[in-house]
Design a protein around this ligand. Structure first.
Ligand code: WTA
Length: 700
């Protein structure tokens, strides 16, 4: 692994890499779906051809209500920091709430399903959402003293207060930075400090897998740790899960902690005008893992982002205002921002928010919710599909719900799992879109257009309208279209949903995403700046892409990105640990999970306690999602003569792959010792493996 980003190496020279599943036959959408679809006109691909770029995206921007129309669709003068719809003024909250009132004020905007099944569901109409967003915006402005351009960190779980908070920020032009509720207080602190937030918004607690989680305790950890990083937080605003009753045992800190529900009494009935914002100002930050220890704050714009999520929600998700739409992702990730909150609400849909875990109290839960609410669009990740299939393969048939459309996102989906999703969950009635994209992108990059392009299990599809992918080899040569040869997938053109930069780190933005294939660093022409996604991919003869996985040191665990360096730094905080190396290991449900190898400082002995300390350090620093599958205490790390840890060798051992030639290592004998420790004495047969596992840590 090199210290510089990107560390991309797809070994494309090796060419014609065997892919891990075969090409599947195409499946066509039903005439019934096509008849009602928002987009069934094949001329869309022509309208969004490169010849019509960038003006084609006016179609998406016109789905929004603008305070002032823009004069320049795309300004490339600060390449590769693209500015969309320049001169335009707009408010994201107005577009998701106010503008729907004349027609839809009595329609459910948010349908909140609490995890305890005996607790009634909450339907917030657009009118109610309007009232609550206004009152909270007044509080943010007049009590917390926040204004346009300020950053606020949110550390909130899946309750309606999260979109209310986001929309209230958007109403005032405040930049929100939501940290996934499952992340630890410590990781929240890093994001508070990086974004420069002086206010933290959180909740006292929430239900998760049958337990009440005390979440307020994380705020105390976060504020203290942020202070150590030089960022002081002067107000912590705490929503109560049950207004008037605290579910957290953690005491309030006087003069710092405030219960939102108490404060709101002073703001009852208040209205706050939406602030008319320049289109290219930031709407939010979303932190994601990279190849170095420090997460990157992806900065998303107001106008471009809103146009892109509205357009893709309408045409790829096929959302109509009458639809009941349920995306089971967490709002703490980009999928939730784009496809639970901003996209669906911009289109006046009813968006379902479920508080808990999918299989609580049993594997029939999602289908009972779908039946009860008459959900007709369903959106989730392969991990969840695998989990639901394992826990209750026959459950969906027991419930009377009917989906017209389903989405899979976040990881490659095995054709076998895809088929269960299609036949059992979708009852053969629903189209499926396999959408490939990233936190950085704002919205979908590749997917079929559900009424136009047939589905192919295991393949994401072509670029969505207006997105023009290309696959390069490591030397920057274009891999022949449709050749099935693996390489690094890039996008030729900018698009409105793309992030604008990494918060306060333009250089890292340029280095990570553009430096590798930039044709001329001085150029102001977008054609010279292909976007490097960081995934390996192939393109079949029919133009469909198959995503092979990350080409960097990022592990995709259950559809969530974890930087191996983040886990390693956490482990190194344990006193006994001298060195740490994290590798991805294939997992039946989660796709990949991390294995961690550690070596001890002299004088320490390997034991279970040390292993437990490593797990605790990782959970405390990042969160439970980063919990390693195994902690292996090894006598020494396999190293090159220059002292670099050979993660490739460790990944091969964890996945029982061919270890390859290790004779050039400084300490070749340790490899067999580690192999025996992990696999036992008996040599295990080498398995066929997905590309990302074979390639992991190739740079040594
Ligand atoms: C992976 C999630 C295969 C990919 C929206 C990408 C996928 C990373 C797919 C981004 C898909 C996402 N098929 N792989 N349909 N969708 N990925 O930032 O490796 O959490 O780079 O965004 O997930 O993860 P992120």
């Amino acid at each position: 692994m090199s210290d510089r980003e990107p560390v991309a190496s797809a070994e494309t020279s090796e060419a014609q890499i065997a892919v891990h599943w075969k090409e599947e036959a195409l499946i066509h959408p039903s005439p019934r779906f096509i008849a009602q679809a928002n987009l069934a006109d094949p001329s869309v691909y022509e309208r969004f051809a490169l010849d019509n770029f960038p003006e084609c995206f006016k179609e998406y921007a016109d789905l929004l209500s603008w305070d002032r129309y823009w004069h320049t669709t795309l300004d490339t003068s600060d390449a590769p920091c693209w500015k969309w719809f320049v001169g335009g003024r707009i408010n994201a909250c107005y577009n998701c709430v106010d503008r729907h009132l004349p027609k839809y004020k009595n329609k459910a905007a948010i349908l909140f399903v609490p995890e305890p099944e005996d607790e009634p569901l909450v339907a917030l109409t657009y009118r109610e959402l309007y009232v609550r967003v206004n009152e909270f915006a007044a509080l943010l402005r007049d009590f917390a003293g926040l204004k346009a351009g300020d950053r606020v960190t949110l550390h909130m779980p899946m309750t309606p207060e999260l979109p209310i908070t986001m929309l209230a920020c958007a109403r005032l032009g405040i930049i929100h930075s939501e940290v996934f509720g499952g992340f630890s207080g410590q990781s929240c602190a890093g994001r508070i400090a990086d974004s420069g937030s002086t206010v933290l918004i959180t909740v006292d607690g929430y239900h998760r897998n049958g337990a009440m989680i005390d979440h307020k305790v994380n705020a105390d950890i976060a504020v203290e740790a942020a202070g150590e990083l030089g960022q002081s937080v002067d107000k912590v605003l705490i929503w109560q899960r049950y207004p008037g009753k605290s579910v957290s045992k953690t005491p309030l800190v006087k003069g710092r902690d405030y219960i939102v529900n108490d404060l709101l009494k002073d703001f009852a009935g208040r209205r706050v005008d939406p602030v008319s914002m320049p289109a290219e100002d930031p709407l939010f930050l979303m932190y994601t893992s990279g190849t170095t220890g420090k997460p990157k704050g992806c900065q998303h714009s107001i106008g471009g982002y809103m146009a892109y999520v509205a357009g893709t929600s309408k045409y790829i998700q096929d959302i109509h205002p009458e639809d009941v739409y349920w995306c089971m992702a967490d709002i703490g990730w980009i999928t939730g921002h784009s496809y639970i909150v901003y996209g669906p609400l911009a289109l006046a849909a009813s968006s379902v928010i479920y508080e808990g875990v999918p299989v609580y109290p049993d594997a029939g839960r999602p289908w009972r919710i779908a039946e009860r609410l008459d959900v007709n669009i369903f959106h989730t990740a392969p991990t969840t599909i695998r989990m639901l299939r394992k826990a209750g393969p026959d459950e969906p048939a027991k419930y009377d719900y009917h989906f017209k459309h389903m989405t899979t996102v976040g990881e490659p989906i095995e054709p076998e799992v895809w088929k269960w999703y299609y036949e059992v969950v979708g009852k053969g009635e629903a189209v499926i879109v396999d959408t490939w994209w990233q936190t950085e992108n704002g919205g979908f990059l590749c997917s079929t257009v559900p009424a136009l392009t047939p589905m192919k299990p295991g393949s994401t599809g072509p670029g969505v309208p207006g997105i023009h992918p290309v696959i390069y080899d490591d030397d920057g040569n274009e891999i022949e279209t449709g050749s099935g040869i693996a390489g690094n997938i890039c996008i030729r053109n900018p698009w409105p949903g793309s992030f604008q930069t990494i918060w306060k780190d333009r250089q890292r933005y340029v280095d990570t995403y553009y430096a590798k294939y930039c044709k001329d660093p001085k150029s102001k022409d977008w054609r010279d700046w292909p976007y490097l996604a960081g995934d390996g991919a192939t393109q079949a003869a029919d133009g469909y892409y198959r995503i092979l996985g990350r080409i960097d040191d990022v592990i995709n665990v259950a559809g969530h990105r974890l930087g191996t360096k983040e886990l390693e730094s956490a482990a190194l905080m344990v006193e006994e640990i001298a060195e740490a190396a994290v590798v991805p290991v294939a997992d039946e449900i989660k796709g990949r999970t991390p294995d961690i190898y550690v070596s001890l400082k002299p004088g320490f002995e390997a034991n279970k306690e040390t292993e437990a300390k490593v797990v605790k350090a990782i959970e405390g620093t990042i969160g439970k999602i980063a919990r390693p599958k195994h902690v292996y205490i090894v006598p020494d790390m396999p190293k090159t003569r220059s002292g670099k840890i050979m993660r490739r060798v460790l990944a091969a051992i964890s996945n029982t792959l061919d270890i390859g030639d290790v004779t050039t290592l400084a300490n070749p004998d340790v490899v067999e010792e580690i192999r025996v420790l992990v696999q036992g004495k008996e040599k295990v047969a080498t398995k066929e493996a997905p590309e990302d596992l074979k390639r992991f840590g190739e740079e040594g």
